[in-house]
Design a protein around this ligand. Structure first.
Ligand SMILES: *[C@@H]1O[C@H](CO)[C@@H](O)[C@H](O)[C@H]1NC(C)=O
Ligand SMILES: *[C@@H]1O[C@H](CO)[C@@H](O)[C@H](O)[C@H]1NC(C)=O
Ligand SMILES: *[C@@H]1O[C@H](CO)[C@@H](O)[C@H](O)[C@H]1NC(C)=O
Ligand SMILES: *[C@@H]1O[C@H](CO)[C@@H](O)[C@H](O)[C@H]1NC(C)=O
Length: 223
């Protein structure tokens, strides 16, 4: 069994300005060293993904029917349309962000994703904040993000699927894969994907989008 399973200490719940509770999964040790997908094929990765499970992240209260839609921008970066249905207000939330490969020539599945600063304002680490640990492009993706602070780490984990309701064997397979990375499944929360209303189709005509970040505004170096 992976040793860091024994070192998991606490889950912090930070109450911020809004009534919405932000919680993060925090580990009492630095980020483990994990490999990402090699020879990553960004084009095959594009399109719609359903969030099946995740470590609790910001923006999660009342959120159901979470999807991420990746599409190519003219400049080669990726547009991220991240949508969820608020079961309390009965309306869709949408965040429109930008993703880019950290070092395209390397072919590693390390991306930096930025959303408009009001929804997700942490700077992107030099090594990215969206690592695809495993994907077959057509069924599932396991995405991980980790940052070390003072010897502790904050981790995010997403199980994304091309199907809103993956099969039981698909779930089992992905859980097995997550386990094989030594990541803790105990903190995974199921995202409600039942009774999802049709999403409005406004995103194709939506005029407002933040400018893609410049390299200097986008990354910070940890040294
Ligand atoms: C969508 O974005 C929010 C942050 O705004 C994040 O909490 C959520 O996990 C994201 N979902 C996916 C599938 O990327
Ligand atoms: C969902 O709507 C409720 C109000 O009905 C609001 O308090 C809550 O913050 C919303 N959740 C998100 C993630 O925006
Ligand atoms: C993965 O997706 C492909 C294409 O949709 C499908 O043919 C295949 O059966 C799926 N594999 C698994 C293990 O679910
Ligand atoms: C995903 O986003 C692209 C680009 O905005 C859009 O053309 C496409 O219809 C979207 N797909 C879905 C399923 O929402």
């Amino acid at each position: 069994m992976p040793i860091h399973k024994f070192l998991v200490v606490f889950v912090t719940a930070v109450q911020l300005l809004s009534p919405r509770v932000q919680s993060q999964v925090t580990f009492d040790q630095p980020c483990p060293k994990l490999d990402v997908v090699r020879d990553f094929d960004l084009h095959r990765y594009l399109g719609l993904w359903y969030e099946i499970e995740s470590y609790p992240a910001v923006f999660s209260s009342f959120a159901s029917c979470v999807t991420a839609n990746y599409s190519l921008l003219a400049d080669g970066n990726v547009r991220v349309i991240n949508r969820s249905f608020n079961t309390s207000s009965k309306s869709f939330n949408m965040v429109d962000g930008t993703a880019r490969l950290i070092e395209p020539p390397k072919g590693q599945a390390k991306l930096g994703v930025v959303f408009p600063s009001n929804s997700f304002s942490r700077p992107v680490p030099a090594d990215g904040n969206y690592w695809v640990l495993d994907t077959d492009y057509t069924n599932y993706s396991i995405v991980w993000s980790c940052q070390t602070f003072n010897g502790k780490s904050i981790q995010f984990l997403w199980y994304l699927s091309r199907q809103r309701q993956p099969s039981e064997s698909g779930l089992t397979f992905v859980h097995h894969r997550i386990d094989s990375f030594g990541l803790d499944q105990k903190f995974l929360k199921t995202t409600e994907q039942r009774n999802c209303p049709d999403a409005p189709t406004s995103e194709t005509s939506r005029p407002i989008r933040q400018q893609p970040p410049t390299r200097t505004s986008y990354y910070y170096r940890e040294n």
